[in-house]
Design a protein around this ligand. Sequence first.
Ligand SMILES: NC(=O)c1ccc[n+]([C@@H]2O[C@H](COP(=O)([O-])OP(=O)(O)OC[C@H]3O[C@@H](n4cnc5c(N)ncnc54)[C@H](OP(=O)(O)O)[C@@H]3O)[C@@H](O)[C@H]2O)c1
Length: 305
Amino acid sequence: MRIFEACGIYLEFNSSAVSGKTQVYCLIGDPVDHSLSPAIQNTAFRSAGMDAVYVPFRVRRKELKDAIRGLRAIGVRGFNVTTPHKSHVMRHLDKLDPTAREIGSVNTVVASENGMLTGYNTDGIGAVKALQDAGAPLNKTALLFGAGGASRAIAHALARHSKSIRLVNRTQSKARELERRLRRKYRIDVSHHALLRTRLRNLIEEADIIINGSAMGMDGRADLPIEENWLNRDQWVMDIVYRPPETRLLNLAGLAGARTLNGLDMLVSQGACSFELWTGRAAVIAEMRHAVARESLAFAHAKNS
Ligand SMILES: NC(=O)c1ccc[n+]([C@@H]2O[C@H](COP(=O)([O-])OP(=O)(O)OC[C@H]3O[C@@H](n4cnc5c(N)ncnc54)[C@H](OP(=O)(O)O)[C@@H]3O)[C@@H](O)[C@H]2O)c1
């Protein structure tokens, strides 16, 4: 076994096992040096006993088109896409899954045997699957913060299960547009609301599931303007932010006795969906979760030292 460092990510390789037959998968984005996806996917390949490897590549905006041509040329079997390419990548693909097209964001690309590239979005199904696996009752009222790429994906996935969805976003026009699309497509009870502290209390108290799909609470950004006594023990609270893994929202939810899921739960779940799209095999979630927890801890130590 050899430890290989790529863009700050430590990959464990049995180097003799990497050969001309090894299947290559990758991540493209900028930055990628602290991504947890290599830990997740390489663990999944290893657990499945596959001769495959997953490598992160930093791709600048102006190099996206060339990068996709290069990935086609060398025959990668699939790749993940992260910031800032999730929407721009769509114009360079051959096919789009209808939901990814509707959301306007792709995070997973599958290459077929004949080299055809198809784009999917696993953020929404990943978040919903994490909630389902934890036992959350999805057929109730959900409150979703955010209307960016990840929130739109989650809203579409939730709309297949929820009784009603309340959307809250800083830029109201984006929440309004999401509301319009959800209502047209799923014919469910959906409404949008301003991100105003005075309005949030009622919305939070009435929700069964609360999801922060926005960047609020991320390292260095403003927190959600809510209080502990607005939350209760019958609720489920998910924060998709994973840096830090324990956000203020999750902290308050824990104090209120609510059940919580963090951004790492979703990250593993959406990664498992990518793995399954690429390989057709079930992912070994427990090992992926273990790997991501270890990497996340290493990142936090490195940051604080
Ligand atoms: N756990 C996972 O697997 C996973 C997957 C994907 C993303 N994420 C995380 O989810 C978050 C959102 O990602 P994204 O791809 O949806 O990003 P995005 O498309 O850029 O959207 C960002 C969202 O956050 C809101 N926002 C940003 N700064 C804010 C602030 N200071 N106050 C209030 N609202 C603010 C934006 O509101 P406006 O519309 O008003 O700008 C928008 O709704 C990021 O933290 C990302 O790391 C996690």
